[in-house]
Design a protein around this ligand. Structure first.
Ligand SMILES: Nc1ncnc2c1ncn2[C@@H]1O[C@H](COP(=O)(O)OP(=O)(O)OP(=O)(O)O)[C@@H](O)[C@H]1O
Length: 460
């Protein structure tokens, strides 16, 4: 059958070989042209011509641009904030600060750095994995009744990049935002005053750097926290709630509260401090747990001070038996529900415990020997941490922190011998070190204090 297509210099359109020949001739022509341009024209003229050609061809290219709208309030429902909007608002100024013609700038309370925010109606381009994304904020400034909840971002991109946008670009944006939020987060300390938590800023100054702990113990705690944070999927896979429990025990002044502060700051978790003696009943305990936020540390300090938690050798009591309404030997009203050990155990690893994700529970005690064995059984608290008296390795950390002595001091040997032989708490030693800024005087005073105290302990 005769082709109806017009022919061009003997080539027939439609046949694969003729297309190939046209393409080969065109490529050769372009190569010669490029060589001629490179040889004949100065660089600035070349750049100018290439920019013009690029602009011309990009205008006549068919438009495959698609866009996503990211509203401030999700589906116009006030109160439902769109996290993605917040993420874009925080991410864009940082990413494209250099290309914005206009940005808002300010200094917000409690933040040491300047903050930037996008200004309305300006298109900016972000590049991610070699792909360009156009962003524009419609801040409603063009409308008569300006409503800040009607703000939206428009994200435009070539439709061939849909998959990158959904699977990579947006997740990356959200991740970047979450990381930044974590860095900026002000930590809170909450106390249970039934039926509410009262909140204040968490200002305890201790960090892992300031803690005088054996470096190996410190590392093992940090490693454990790191593993916990990374293992969300593993917890899901094995069907365990994503939570971890620590028991901190040791004499007063060995750093239990300081370690909790260091952990909270390291993780950027809020702290909920629950005094078991202020808990009326198991329901009250459950209510307190239910009203904590995720990514938090729940601290039950000095648990040995609660009679339900201490072991009672003369009573053969099954801790798993629900004794919340057992008749009290002292004659309490049996109908009144109480706080019990089984209620607490249920919170630690029973059904209640699965409430809230990324949850850390810390029990502290000065008298681990008094705690009911049911609470210490393997699996209940994941890690038992003995915060004991100050020994030489941990003393070196304090000497470095308080007096800036890194390696050696002539008095170290005598001091460390005394610490080896006699029990001193980090609090006692820290108290001596803070008294004088001069390292020589401070260590002399510490040596005197330790010598006298050791002698006094021997005499007793
Ligand atoms: N390991 C430590 N490293 C550095 N400083 C410490 C350490 N332990 C205690 N201190 C110092 O002693 C003070 C009291 O310590 P902290 O309250 O953490 O001890 P604690 O074990 O929680 O005591 P308690 O059982 O009485 O509550 C801290 O403010 C800190 O200055």
């Amino acid at each position: 059958m005769k082709s109806t297509l017009p022919s061009l210099t003997g080539f027939r359109f439609g046949s694969a070989s003729s297309w190939f020949e046209i393409y080969a001739a065109f490529s050769t022509f372009m190569m010669l042209l490029r060589t001629a341009i490179n040889d004949l024209l100065p660089e600035n003229v070349r750049t100018f011509i290439m920019a013009k050609l690029e602009a011309f061809f990009s205008r006549i290219q068919p438009s495959n641009m698609v866009s996503l709208t990211i509203n401030k309030s999700w589906e116009d429902m006030y109160g439902y904030n769109n996290e993605l909007y917040k993420a874009a608002y925080s991410y864009l100024p940082v990413r494209v600060t250099g290309t914005y013609k206009s940005l808002k700038v300010g200094k917000v309370d409690d933040q040491k750095d300047l903050v930037f925010a996008v200004d309305g109606k300006e298109e900016v381009v972000d590049e991610f994995e070699g792909v360009k994304f156009k962003w524009m904020l419609d801040d409603g400034s063009g409308e008569e009744n300006k409503d800040s909840n009607k703000r939206e971002f428009k994200l435009s991109f070539d439709e061939k990049h849909r998959e990158i946008v959904v699977k990579k670009y947006i997740p990356y944006l959200l991740e970047t935002y979450e990381k930044k939020q974590k860095e900026l987060k002000t930590l809170h300390l909450n106390f249970w005053e039934s039926p509410y938590w009262t909140q204040s800023d968490f200002t305890h100054p201790a960090t892992f750097d300031s803690l005088g702990l054996d470096p190996e113990l410190k590392k093992s705690i940090i490693d454990d926290l790191e593993r916990f944070l990374k293992r969300k999927e593993m917890y899901k896979k094995v069907g365990k709630p994503w939570k971890r429990g620590y028991l901190l025990y040791g004499p007063p002044g060995t750093g239990k509260s300081s370690l909790i502060a260091a952990m909270a700051k390291y993780l950027k978790f809020d702290v909920y401090n629950l005094d078991l003696n202020s808990v009326f009943s198991n329901s009250d305990l459950m209510l307190s747990m239910r009203s904590t936020s995720r990514r938090s540390i729940i601290v039950l300090e000095d648990i040995d001070c609660n009679k339900e938690v201490t072991s009672r050798p003369n009573e053969s009591k099954d801790p798993n038996e629900d004794d919340a309404q057992v008749v009290d030997a002292k004659g309490d009203d049996p109908k009144v529900e109480k706080f019990t050990l089984s209620g607490l155990l249920n919170c630690v690893d029973g059904l209640w415990s699965s409430h809230g994700e990324e949850r850390i529970t810390i029990f502290t005690t000065n008298h681990v020997e008094n705690i009911d064995p049911a609470l210490l059984r393997p699996g209940r608290m994941d890690m038992h941490i003995n915060l004991s008296f100050l020994k030489p390795k941990a003393f070196r950390v304090l000497a470095s922190n308080y007096l800036n002595i890194q390696d050696h001091h002539p008095l170290f040997q005598q001091i460390e011998d005394l610490l080896d032989k006699t029990d001193f708490t980090p609090a006692e030693v820290a108290e001596q070190l803070i008294r004088n800024e001069d390292p020589d005087i401070a260590l002399e005073q510490l040596l005197k204090f330790l010598t006298e105290k050791s002698q006094a302990k021997k005499d007793n």
